[in-house]
Design a binder for this molecule. Structure first.
Ligand code: NAD
Ligand code: DAU
Length: 361
């Protein structure tokens, strides 16, 4: 690896990955459209910043991607750019089809052209970052998701990610492109946009707003600290075999309610002077997500045995680090909180849930 094109590198996981890649001494061309979820605030104080080039643009823009691949002699593409929020995909799926399916197709076409022009080098790599949501949902006694679990996506978001995985695989099988795919569980940690459960809970709790729990709160996720995820991708880029997929997870199984209660206890401890202590008094059950997957769990044996990767943070240490980071980055949170789009989203998503609940009462 010499020069990486990272798509979506101004988002949550992408910006953490750009940090890691720059510490490894490679050059990073970072292509990001700066949607509501991406921000240059996430790219402040980068290590080895002289090796980082930010390009404001869309992955669907073929001319731009063709030019970037040629101009920068890119040999590795790490594809994060996507629409990522399940609730937004339920209220407006079209953008998910455009970015996640058409965008991935467009990148693959550009990559194929560049790869053929360069003489089909075996060491080039297209790495696709995907989700465990492509596998659907688990019952209480089902075995965890692994690389051979059949696809059964349940939300428009998950279906769009599944389609993108299939496209990447098909380009590998049909045209011989060297690719790898990771399907990981719920990430959390620094720079996560506060529409997702963990940062949303912390932000709402700091402001004394309700902490919304969908349905009965007994849904189970497998939480992966973002820096562990980035290390997993790096291990796959360095040592993963072309054509191989890897499931990645944090090896834990809390209910959503338990996660929120743990965050409340951390805030009680770290912000003892808050007038909202005990923060758990803010917990509020709201209407469930349609098609809500009940349980995710990940088998990490393949990436452990083949590449020697394992998560370094437990949920307890990772949640503490995340809350501390959010408390130390109040101005980052405040900038998002003030965005009109963010407030509109909160109103759109949560007002609707409150009215659904009162209709059902
Ligand atoms: P995010 O929503 O925080 O960031 C997405 C980034 O992509 C943003 O910077 C946005 O501006 C950019 N983007 C969106 N559309 C674009 C386009 N058309 N062209 C260029 N850039 C565009 O997402 P994230 O949580 O960091 O997720 C990154 C990847 O990891 C996604 O592919 C997602 O499906 C996958 N993933 C995320 C999680 C998770 O828990 N967050 C778990 C599994 C897989
Ligand atoms: O599993 C991987 C996926 O994790 C990624 O592919 C997605 O991009 C990412 O957004 C995430 O999806 P989830 O839907 O699991 O994340 P979210 O943080 O939105 O929700 C986590 C759980 O918490 C889920 O069961 C829904 C629930 N929830 C969420 C919100 C926002 C609530 O109970 N209340 C809320 O307000």
């Amino acid at each position: 690896m010499d020069t990486l094109l990272v798509t979506g590198g101004a988002g949550f996981i992408g910006s953490n990955f750009v940090r890691l890649a720059l510490t490894q001494g490679v050059r990073v061309i970072n292509l990001d459209a700066l949607t509501y979820a991406g921000s240059l605030e996430n790219l402040k104080d980068l290590p080895n910043a002289d090796r980082h080039v930010f390009v404001h643009g869309d992955i669907c823009d073929r001319e731009l991607v063709d030019a970037l691949l040629e101009e920068h002699a890119v040999d590795t593409l790490v594809h994060f750019a996507a629409e990522t929020h399940v609730d937004r995909s339920i209220l407006g799926p079209e953008q998910f089809v455009r970015t996640n399916i058409h965008g991935t197709f467009s990148l693959l076409e550009a990559w194929k052209k560049a790869w053929i022009r360069a003489g089909e080098p075996a060491h080039w790599r297209f790495h696709h970052v995907s989700s465990d949501e492509v596998f659907g949902t688990l019952g209480p006694d089902d075995p965890p998701f692994c690389e051979t679990t059949p696809y059964a996506p349940n939300s428009p978001y998950a279906a769009s990610k599944a389609a993108s995985d299939h496209l990447v695989r098909a380009y590998g099988v049909t045209y011989g492109l060297p690719y790898t795919i990771t399907n990981c569980s719920n990430n959390y940690g620094p720079y996560q946009f506060p529409e997702k459960l963990i940062p949303l809970t912390v932000l709402n709790a700091l402001e004394g707003r309700e902490l919304p729990i969908y349905g009965d709160g007994q849904q189970i996720r497998d939480w992966l600290f973002v820096e562990d995820h980035c290390q997993a991708i790096w291990a796959v880029l360095e040592r993963g075999a072309p054509g191989r997929t890897y499931t990645v997870g944090g090896d834990n199984q809390p209910t959503n309610l338990k996660v929120v209660q743990t965050l409340c206890a951390l805030l009680d401890e770290l912000v003892p002077g808050s007038r909202y202590v005990p923060h758990a008094q803010l917990i509020h059950f709201v209407a469930d997500r349609p098609g809500h997957d009940r349980r995710y769990s990940i088998d990490v044996s393949r990436i452990g045995e083949e590449l020697g990767w394992e998560p370094s943070e437990s949920l307890a240490t990772g949640l503490r680090r995340t809350v501390q980071w959010l408390l130390e980055h109040g101005s980052w949170l405040e900038a998002i909180r003030r965005q009109p789009d963010y407030q509109n989203w909160l109103n759109r998503n949560y007002d609707q849930r409150a009215s659904q609940l009162s209709e059902g009462d």
